[in-house]
Design a protein around this ligand. Structure first.
Ligand SMILES: [Zn+2]
Length: 377
């Protein structure tokens, strides 16, 4: 796991909370993603709530938003007994500690982690699953896999790496390694100087798809994009159309796109900030048929308040489908943004068995980042 502090200097944290319109929309949609970002003070009842409180909505004119519970208390408001708004920060601290513990020691049990952070195992399981989108056990499995991956890069003694990572037997590792992650950045330094990049534009059921790869792995997968755009992205690389080794990889990629869920094991050559790469790894952990919210992604990398940064990192993903950024949807079940259009996103999700609602509300954390040479259109 890389350090995720890369975004700290560029993304302001949410000490001030969202603007009032955004906050009110979050309240109306009972958006859990905003829990911990502000509280809703109801002046008529003297109570303050989480944004997601299940109680009947107050009238807008009776509502005042506060960035923190203590600010609401200073105004004489009391915490709601239904949604316990003061517990949010405790939950966040517990989750951050749990993520840290699971990353350090994958052999630790759920009961141990829950006990350490002061929750019952059942409550902790629910809290964890809701916040991260997967169970503590699944999370621990993903971490173990990553540790193997890192160990393998440092030693040729495969068996030792397997035992170092805490697998009881080699066969269990080989089963698990079907799902391994692979990021080996090479093309991204200095615009690809000295790197040969093979590319092709191929027709797919989703339209024209551009695939580009270095000797290390796929560095670009996009829809409806020209080779000129690829050249802008890697201005100093040697761009070569087709190629024999590339053709084999290309077939794998086309299979993965036409049969989503088979993308695992295809090597990638991508690079981003530490925070972006952490988000991309989390995306790779989302199984086909499941989705996550930006808040869940942010929580999974230990930055529960960095939803916007998580949205930006999602949008900065350069290899569509293989890093499945299409599996991030809005908390309210609507589909959210996608760099290649919501039709392609909806189709990719539909094939994976996920139905999305046809919401047309604006995406609060649209998958768009400012145009730079390393982000999508
Ligand atoms: Zn409440």
């Amino acid at each position: 796991m890389t350090d995720s502090d890369g975004m700290a200097n560029t993304m302001p944290d949410n000490n001030t909370g969202p603007d009032d319109d955004t906050a009110w929309r979050a309240v109306l949609s009972r958006n859990r993603d905003y829990d911990g970002h502000f509280v809703t003070g109801v002046l008529s009842t003297g109570i303050y709530c989480r944004p997601s409180c299940a109680a009947r909505h107050p009238r807008r004119e009776n509502v005042r938003f506060f960035a923190t519970p203590s600010q609401a208390r200073e105004e004489g408001l009391r915490p709601c007994l239904r949604c316990h708004p003061d517990d949010v920060s405790r939950d966040e601290a517990a989750l951050a500690e749990a993520v840290r513990m699971l990353a350090l020691d994958e052999a630790i049990t759920v009961e141990q982690v829950a006990g350490h952070v002061g929750y019952s195992p059942a409550h902790f399981q629910r809290l964890f699953k809701r916040a991260l989108g997967l169970t503590p056990a699944a999370y621990a499995r993903a971490r173990r896999m990553e540790r193997v991956q890192n160990a393998l890069q440092e030693t040729h003694k495969v068996t030792e790496a397997i035992y170092d990572a805490g697998y009881g037997s080699a066969s269990r590792f080989y089963e698990a390694s079907e799902a391994r992650l692979g990021m080996t950045p090479s093309a991204w330094k200095h615009g690809g100087r000295g790197v040969a990049i093979h590319w092709a534009v191929v027709p797919t059921s989703m339209g024209a798809m551009l695939v580009a790869a270095t000797g290390k792995g796929v560095c670009r997968l996009s829809f409806d994009e020209s080779v000129e755009a690829l050249a802008e992205r890697f201005p100093h690389a040697d761009l070569i159309e087709g190629g024999e080794d590339f053709a084999a990889l290309l077939r794998q990629v086309i299979d993965a796109v036409e049969r989503p869920g088979d993308a695992r094991g295809i090597p990638l050559d991508v690079a981003g900030t530490a925070f972006q790469e952490a988000i991309w790894r989390e995306l790779q952990r989302i199984p086909a048929g499941e989705t996550r919210s930006y808040a869940q992604l942010a929580t999974a990398v230990g930055k529960p308040k960095a939803m916007r940064a998580a949205g930006s990192a999602n949008g900065a993903n350069c290899v569509a489908v293989l890093i499945p950024c299409h599996r991030v949807v809005r908390t309210d079940g609507t589909i959210g943004g996608y760099a290649y259009g919501t039709d392609i996103k909806r189709e990719l999700l539909r094939r994976e068995g996920v139905t999305t609602e046809h919401g047309d509300t604006p995406d609060l954390f649209a998958d768009r980042t400012p145009r730079t040479s390393q982000t999508k259109e």
